[in-house]
Design a binder for this molecule. Structure first.
Ligand code: GDP
Length: 591
């Protein structure tokens, strides 16, 4: 069972864990003595927390881990204790899946009392849906094991937890360093009737098996089987819930691609017929479909995740600067990563005072209910249904600055188009040539370079020159303008004067064919708005589509990959686009 241990710094988390390991005989042979000797040698007073540091050093040889994970066994079961030093580490752990906890110990120093962080941590536990919490009032020795001190803390903190709808499983007085009430009853705390810390741990209930839930495997990457002629590819990821067997029909969302599991492969291990939640694995598929990192692999027969560009979320902000509506951020849900904007703040509260705040931005340590707008569709679950695909973090430039849970999917007006795309993928006649083989042969990835901007801004010259430059250097490329479609494929639309969005959709579909053929498509379109652009992304997929805006940028929420000035010589603008293609690793694969 995974347990996270949280609390204000210095309230005794590491001591509690260290002493628990020592007193349950869970330390490696001689470890305690070794650390004691080391303290003697360096004339430092012994601390149980050093045990964790020592174990951490051993675990982390060569790799950085920012959280101590320790293993121990009670008579009843095995535990993994996760010591999360701060909010960020805590959220990262809860979201990353490396150490997702089912229950928590929350430590409060009896002498120092309840701190803001004690409350914030409580809030985070409640928000993330960790319903089993034992509150450990530590360092009772410093207050003379006084019942009154304990009672006071219990009363105040229980009230706080009640307001955030968390019923603690136990409220335990203890002195971790002294080993009082840690693994058994304490004479010094004779007035206390209730479990020791170890008993409280043993009374936590294990949550219903994730194996029985719908199957979800967020794709971590797609790897070629071998360097040889073998064209099979392995779709790799961690099974977060459910089970998968060879022969299962699977669907990838949001891309909508469908296939059948051919084999289940694991590194240095025999093939398996089934794989269940908690394992990292790889599968090969019966069709050579193009799967992206970030897609969620699901089973066609299971309830499917939600897909949208709009979602309602509750998030905890800890960024140095506030979260505002005018900045782009990165949203990470499972392995997917998309640009998002804060579309609307519905409610902000202070996570320790629980006061509602009237604010136009989300400040450090605020909790907010808000609507997030993603630049392209994301597949997710509601946090109350499935944690792994229902929790997220927000990255501001390079720092994790917030995290939270998905409350609800909001209809984004693209469901119809999305259904069409999914249907298209399912009827697709797959080429016998795998996408990677084309990439290998051509020396570049497929891409749609879309030049857009106002009517009258010259995009064509740049587009033509770009096409020539690409062609000249041996790339497979093609120029696609609206004109190529209007009197051809779209004659019917022209005649019936259908809506503009149908033109855009058709352009997307034609581009999609060329992308499937492995080409770099250079396209131009004037006056595209945010909605049209997201429709285009829906049809061609965001991956490999580069939006180049020429002249004034009038998009509101759409993400532009490059802004070019009109007055600059076309050759210079082309150079900038080529550089972007190299930066995005679309070009230059053979060099
Ligand atoms: P953390 O930051 O929450 O991991 O706190 P530590 O475990 O590092 O403990 C901080 C300090 O409190 C250390 O000096 C510990 O020795 C001390 N400490 C921990 N538990 C107790 C206790 O039960 N009684 C007393 N008096 N000190 C304690």
């Amino acid at each position: 069972m995974n347990i996270v241990i949280v609390g204000h710094v210095d309230h005794g988390k590491s001591t509690l864990v260290g002493r628990l390991l020592a007193d349950t005989g869970s330390l490696p042979e001689g470890k305690l003595e070794q650390v004691r000797q080391e303290c003697l040698r360096t004339a430092k007073p012994f601390e149980y927390a050093f045990l964790l540091d020592a174990l951490k050093d051993e675990q982390s040889q060569g790799i950085t881990i920012d959280t101590a994970r320790v293993f121990f066994k009670s008579k009843k079961r095995e535990y993994i204790l996760i010591d999360a030093p701060g909010h960020i580490e805590f959220l990262k752990n809860m979201v990353s899946g490396a150490a997702r906890a089912e229950a928590a110990l929350l430590v409060i120093d009896a002498e120092e009392g309840i701190q803001e962080n004690s409350k914030r941590h409580g809030y985070l536990l409640s928000m993330l849906g960790i319903r089993q919490v034992a509150v450990c009032v530590n360092k009772m020795d410093l207050v003379g094991y006084d019942k009154k001190v304990f009672d006071r803390i219990e009363k105040t903190y229980r009230q706080f937890l009640k307001e955030i709808e968390l019923e603690p499983a136990a409220f335990i007085p203890l002195a971790a360093r002294e080993g009082e009430n840690l693994t058994g009853p304490s004479k010094k705390l004779a007035w206390y009737v209730g479990p020791s810390v170890l008993e409280a741990l043993d009374s936590f209930k294990e949550s219903a098996s994730v194996e029985k839930r719908p199957f979800r495997m967020p794709v971590q990457g797609v790897y070629k089987f071998t360097e040889s002629e073998d064209a099979r590819r392995i779709v790799a990821g961690r099974v977060e819930s459910g089970t998968l067997a060879v022969g299962d029909e699977v669907l990838f969302l949001p891309s909508g691609k469908k296939s059948v599991v051919k084999t289940i492969e694991e590194f240095n291990a025999p093939k398996r017929a089934r794989v269940t939640a908690g394992r990292s694995t790889g599968v090969t598929l019966s069709e050579q479909i193009y799967v992206n990192r970030g897609d969620v692999m699901c089973k066609v027969k299971d309830p499917l995740p939600q897909v949208s560009t709009l979602l309602r979320a509750k998030l905890f902000w800890m960024g140095k600067r506030p979260m505002t509506v005018d900045r782009p951020y990165k949203l990470k849900v499972a392995t997917a990563q998309v640009t998002v904007r804060l579309k609307k703040i519905e409610r902000v509260i202070d996570a320790s005072e629980l006061k509602a705040l009237t604010k136009k931005e989300i400040g450090r340590h605020d909790v907010a209910q808000c609507v997030l707008q993603a630049a392209s569709a994301v597949a997710f679950d509601l946090a109350e249904d499935l944690e792994a695909t229902g929790r997220f973090v927000i990255v501001d430039e390079v720092d994790i600055a917030g995290g939270g849970i998905i409350l609800e999917r909001i209809e984004d007006g693209q469901a119809g188009l999305r259904r069409q795309t999914v249907a298209r993928e399912q009827k697709w006649d797959f080429s016998g040539v795998a996408p990677e083989e084309r990439v290998h042969r051509y020396g570049h990835k497929p891409a749609l370079v879309l030049l857009t901007g106002k009517v009258g801004v010259d995009k064509k010259t740049i587009a033509r020159e770009l096409e020539q430059r690409l062609f000249g250097s041996g790339h497979k490329t093609y120029l696609l303008g609206m004109g190529n479609l209007l009197r051809g494929l779209s004659t019917d639309v022209e005649q019936h004067r259908l809506e503009r969005h149908e033109h855009v959709r058709r352009m997307g579909e034609v581009a999609h064919l060329f992308l499937d053929a492995g080409l770099i498509v250079v396209a131009t379109a004037s006056n595209l708005d945010d909605t049209e652009l997201s429709h285009l992304h829906e049809v061609t997929s965001r991956e490999g589509t580069l939006i180049i805006n020429v002249g004034p940028n009038s998009f509101k929420s759409a993400v532009v990959d490059l802004n070019l000035e009109e007055k600059v010589p076309a050759a210079d603008n082309v150079e900038r686009i080529l550089q972007l293609l190299r930066d995005r690793k679309i070009l230059g694969l053979h060099s």
